[in-house]
Design a protein around this ligand. Structure first.
Ligand code: AMP
Ligand code: GLY
Length: 428
């Protein structure tokens, strides 16, 4: 069968690569894809981004099902459109995707269903927001309501920073309409983890735990980014915490969405803060897989992934199971110079594998912001590559990834040298 993956990042490269290994899959189209999906056997890039044209293509080519990587097409209603046309697709409807596309929707939902999260209030008027932060004190967190590509959250350590963030969003409109409404919530301390499950409207299949590094620089310093590296499993998610997250966060969310009349299907990603006592709270929901968390997660899947998606689309996830490689997978993102503010483009990358990633390689090179041009691979975006090692310990996986990176070169490249340090400190 033929499949379609929508998106162009490292997440989509990893998803499509793993899907292409399913015995019944003979082609995975990636729309629009990148320089890595262009050279991967079994994958074919498709220069289409318009949603209606994608539906026409899926229809014409008899694509068995479509998987959507990023949030933007989900929030724009790609799942509603495909379903109206009788096309099989895995992802949430536009209404269900509000769990990610509106922080206010997500917070009100969590409050209504008693799902652990930080106390908050929502504001459209700067005066009231300023008064609220004066009352609550710092540290405090200011979030633009709408999608802001990871730039809509300010963790204010002082009241001054909080007031400035409020003015920037509500008075100066720096975030446009995404910031016309802000959620202000209490600061939570602890360690973060990404908890991602597949949902078919009713049943849940948990993926392996993972953790990403959002800050640009070593020791989690510098500005927030989309993610500079990730690994799976995340030792902070002990079996007890895993059970607690399913019981207190994931199941109430899935049941609550169904009860509210907007059943959720697709990947549900709960960004968690786990405190010292082992209590998880939800920082955010995403209605898609994480990037770069997907890269180590896909590296560890041993099952036929296409069959899992088919069961999910059929509402039969209770029959699905995933066999995981017991090793740790650790991915290091290589970003372009100037990332995250103003990434440079068009630099030639050397040292890449000649063709794609073999299924059983112990180091995988997933592409994100790259393009193929005249047989060369050039940078074309902020996060360029995610080099993912698989090893019997976090340390070994880390060593494999960094050794592979030694051979890769492009002008301005930047990457962190400490991905996985929290897990290594836990001496797993
Ligand atoms: P979000 O997009 O809501 O996940 O926020 C981005 C990042 O901001 C998170 O990964 C956290 O590192 C941080 N963050 C968000 N909300 C809070 C909070 N309530 N307390 C502490 N840190 C937070
Ligand atoms: N790595 C964080 C995210 O995908 O939202």
């Amino acid at each position: 069968m033929k499949l379609l993956v929508v998106g162009s990042g490292g997440r989509e490269h990893a998803l499509a690569w793993r899907l292409a290994q399913s015995p019944r899959v003979h082609k995975v189209f990636v729309a629009p894809g990148n320089g890595g999906t262009a050279r991967e056997p079994g994958l074919e890039n498709l220069a289409i981004t318009d949603l209606a044209e994608l539906a026409d293509f899926a229809d014409r080519e008899q694509v068995a099902f479509t998987v959507v990587g990023p949030e933007a097409p989900l929030a724009a209603g790609i799942v509603d459109l495909f379903r109206e046309r009788g096309l099989r697709i895995f992802g949430p409807t536009r209404a269900a995707a509000q769990l990610e596309s509106s922080k206010d929707f997500a917070k009100a939902f969590m409050k209504r269903h008693a799902i652990p999260t930080a106390e908050y209030e929502t504001f459209t008027q700067a005066d009231a927001a300023h008064a609220y932060v004066e009352r609550r004190g710092a540290p405090i967190v200011i979030k633009a309501d709408g999608l802001a590509a990871g730039k809509g959250v300010v963790v204010a350590e002082t009241l001054e920073q909080a007031h400035a963030a409020i003015d920037s969003m509500l008075v100066d409109n720096r975030m446009g309409s995404a910031g016309a409404r802000v959620v202000i919530e209490d600061f939570l301390a602890g360690e973060e983890a990404s908890f991602i499950v597949m949902v078919d409207g009713r049943n849940v299949l948990a993926l392996a735990s993972s953790q990403d590094h959002k800050r640009l620089l070593d020791s989690d310093a510098g500005p927030n980014t989309g993610g500079m590296g990730a690994y799976s499993p995340a030792p902070v998610v002990t079996p007890e915490i895993h059970a607690k997250v399913l019981r207190e966060i994931i199941m109430p969310t899935v049941n609550g969405m169904a009860r509210d009349g907007i059943p959720f299907s697709g990947f549900l990603y709960a960004g968690l803060m786990i405190d010292d006592a082992g209590q998880p709270r939800t920082l955010e929901f995403n209605c898609r897989m994480g990037d770069p968390e997907t890269q180590p997660i896909m590296a560890r899947i041993k099952s036929d992934l296409a069959s899992v998606f088919e069961l999910a689309i059929d509402g039969r996830l209770d029959e699905a199971q995933i066999d995981w490689d017991r090793r740790t997978a650790l991915g290091v993102v290589i970003a372009a110079g100037g990332y995250p503010d103003d990434p440079r483009k068009g630099d030639v990358i050397s040292g890449l594998p000649a063709d794609g990633n073999p299924p059983d390689a112990e180091c995988l090179v997933f592409h994100a912001g790259t393009v193929e041009q005249d047989g060369r691979t050039l940078t074309s975006g902020g996060r360029v590559l995610c080099v993912t090692g698989l090893g019997d310990s976090v340390k070994i996986a880390q060593g494999l990834a960094y050794k592979r990176i030694d051979a890769i070169r492009f002008d301005g490249m930047q990457f962190r040298s400490d991905i996985g340090y929290r897990a290594i400190a836990r001496k797993r």
